[in-house]
Design a protein around this ligand. Sequence first.
Ligand SMILES: [Zn+2]
Length: 184
Amino acid sequence: MKLHPVLVLDRTYTPVSIFSHKKAFILDLLNKCEVLQYYKSIKLSSPTMDYPAPLVIRIPVLLRHWQSPTPTRRAVFIRDNFTCAYCGKIVKDNNATIDHVLPKSRGGTWSWTNLVTCCNECNQKKGNRLPEEAGMPLLYKPKRPSSFQIALNRWRNKINREFLEALSLYGIIVDKKKLPEGSR
Ligand SMILES: [Zn+2]
C-alpha cells in the first residue's frame, strides 16, 4: 500500500511532524487527533466505500515534546540528504559514512553538531584530522535539526503539490531542490 504524507500540527497549529495517512487514520479513529484538511487528489478505498485521505491533522501536544533526539547514523544521513559534507557528492547507502568533524580520538562527540555525512573517499582522505588541517572545508555547518526537518527530508520524495500548499499555509516553504532551512 502506498503511504501518503500527512502534515501534523501541534496544539498551537505549529507543524511538528509528518505521519503516514495510515497512522493519521488510526489516530482519527481513536479520537486522538482532529483532521483539519483532507486530500482532494487522493482517495482511499475499502471494500465498501471510498474516503478521502487526511492531509493535515492537529494533535493535542506542544512543540517542546518534539525535539530531535540523539542522532542515529540514518538520521544524520537524512538531515544531510545523503550529501557528503566535503565534496558534495550524493552518497548511496553502501558508500555513506559518518565523519566526526572533530575526530573521536581527539575528543569529538557523537552529536548533531559534530557529525556529518561523508563519502568513503573523503572519510579516508580526512582521516584523523580537522577539516582545516586536511584542507577539506565543510560545505555546511552541521546543526541540530528539528524533528520536523528530519520528517520532511524523510518524506521528500512523496510530497505532492497539495501537500506543498498545505505546508506553505502553515509557514513552511519548501524548494524541493534545496534542503529545508537549518538542516545544513
Ligand atoms: Zn566526499
